[in-house]
Design a protein around this ligand. Sequence first.
Ligand code: 5AD
Length: 353
Amino acid sequence: MTDEIRKITEKLIRRRALTVAEYERLLTERDAELYEILKAEAIRLRHRIYGNKIFIRGLIEISSFCKNDCFYCGIRRSNSNCERYRLTPEEILSCCENGYTLGFRTFVLQGGEDAFFGDDLLCELIKTIKEKYPDCAVTLSLGERSEDSYKRLFEAGADRYLLRHETADNGHYARLHPENMSFENRKNCLEVLKKTGYQTGCGMMVGSPFQTYKALAQDLKFIEEFQPDMCGIGPFISHKYTPFKSEKNGDAELTCFLLALVRIIKPDILLPATTALGTIAENGRKQAIEASANVVMPNLSPLDVRSKYSLYDNKLHSGSESADNLNSLKKAMKEIGYEIVCDRGDIIKQKEN
Ligand code: 5AD
């Protein structure tokens, strides 16, 4: 670790902000010593705000239909091998019921961009969930929608919205998505979500094709400026029925390095240990938590649809990724000194980050 990297690190810890060029240097010149320093600081910050608590979310994958054709994603429109399904409102409510009994107090409704889930249907569904479970938070992860739609869903009771920005580099964004999609538009949706009142989450894949350290540095700058409440960071994993089928997977260690950086940029942020990380690395979740992740999102979807919601190859949905095995998750967390808590797990906003 050079003196200059040490200086940049001190500046980051002091100011929670760097230039894109400085972020890029931390990424390109990173070594074990830097990683340890960042992890220690990230853990200190998380501990100050959240103690040893880990929040859980029950993930309900409501539809594998998607109108988009993102080059990396297994449920892209052009994948004719993808088995499409959509859950009925009754099925979704029964997932919530199961989740509530297990101890979940946040339900994440995630799906492809499926016009079947229009505003009327979703508003009804959200209202029903909130009436039945007033002590629960509802998180939506349903892609890009209109400002009016985001407003209506918020007014119906949705609390949070996850919409990964995927990459904050326009050129890179264009190499991952078809022409009708843009980072500008994605960014605009995120601004609207935040303005509407949602706890808002962005995020990116690590090691996606054509990604450079510069692009990742731009992601960090974007996070620093946007100040999201949540940020999903997981490695890219190739899917056999996509144009990126032969591309190599992202790196677990770089993913965790980024988790630590993001915690230092925004100390109160909610950072999930992603399923993708658990999929590529044996002890991915543990590594993520030791890099300051504080959220896990076990799968609450009905068993028979889980394999159909295949965003990437070998996506985990059983074992401790399954909501039914909450006890084994609790035990695993306890063994490394953490406690799973069964409440909504809202962000604890810090005035002075
Ligand atoms: N590898 C890793 N993550 C992926 N996602 C989609 N496809 C892949 C893939 N091949 C992520 C995207 C999306 C989220 C729901 O899943 O970041 O926002």
